[in-house]
Design a protein around this ligand. Structure first.
Ligand code: SF4
Ligand code: SF4
Length: 213
């Protein structure tokens, strides 16, 4: 298991199974993300294009129109918010998000713990996020935690190994979206051993495409 996932130092670590439940809840819009970011502002200063969805009505009202441009390949009403020459989001002002209460869903859902959870890490161009991601500890001391992290790791390894067997564009190119996909599909890998995964790979791919496509 990856060295960033530990069961020591439990006082400042989070139970993996609880984190996973909260994160998948945030993805489904059941709850907001709850990352204890502290002083970190890595998300707002790491040259990310922020996806703004038609449902982000309050964000759209609070972001100057000239800062948003139509998101390539997505239907009308989807926008991207770019970044300045320092890689900062234009809504990042005075060291914080100037529209925090109205920030887009993309920002609400972002959680850099997806990287140590899946073992899929961002590239070195995002050093602040990489540093923060490598600093998290998960508590994997219960059987529930072990089952959950094994399923997440099996799903991220499956994506990597069978990348070319999926329809074109099904597997996202960037690491955060790939990690999120691994988490979304992890339940398909609960309780299956690696041999079963190997022998049923094509069926698993078909199931994932039909259920999560
Ligand atoms: S990189 Fe992680 S800790 Fe830092 S702001 Fe983003 S989600 Fe929070
Ligand atoms: S909208 Fe706010 S939270 Fe989102 S990247 Fe920009 S400054 Fe950060």
């Amino acid at each position: 298991m990856d060295k960033v996932v530990k069961n020591s130092n439990l006082a400042d670590s989070m139970k993996f199974s609880i984190w996973l439940k909260e994160f998948t809840g945030a993805l489904k819009g059941i709850n907001d993300g709850s990352v204890p970011c502290g002083e970190c502002v890595g998300c707002c200063t790491s040259s990310y294009f922020i996806h703004i969805k038609p449902t982000d009505r309050e964000s759209i009202k609070h972001i100057p129109r000239e800062l948003m441009f139509p998101a390539p390949g997505l239907p009308k009403g989807h926008y991207l918010l770019g970044y300045d020459d320092k890689g900062h989001c234009p809504m990042f002002k005075g060291g914080r998000c100037s529209i925090y209460s109205y920030r887009p869903e993309t920002c609400r859902q972002y959680d850099c713990r997806i990287y140590p959870a899946t073992g899929i890490f961002p590239d070195n161009e995002k050093p602040e996020i990489l540093r923060k991601a490598k600093g998290w500890n998960f508590d994997v001391s219960s059987s529930e935690d072990i089952e959950a992290i094994e399923a997440v790791r099996a799903s991220s390894q499956f994506i990597e190994k069978y990348h070319d067997h999926f329809p074109k564009e099904f597997i996202p190119r960037n690491s955060p979206q790939q990690a999120v996909l691994a988490i979304r599909i992890h339940s398909e890998f609960i309780g299956i051993d690696s041999q079963e995964i190997e022998s049923n790979a094509q069926e698993i791919i078909k199931l994932i495409v039909s259920k999560y496509g």
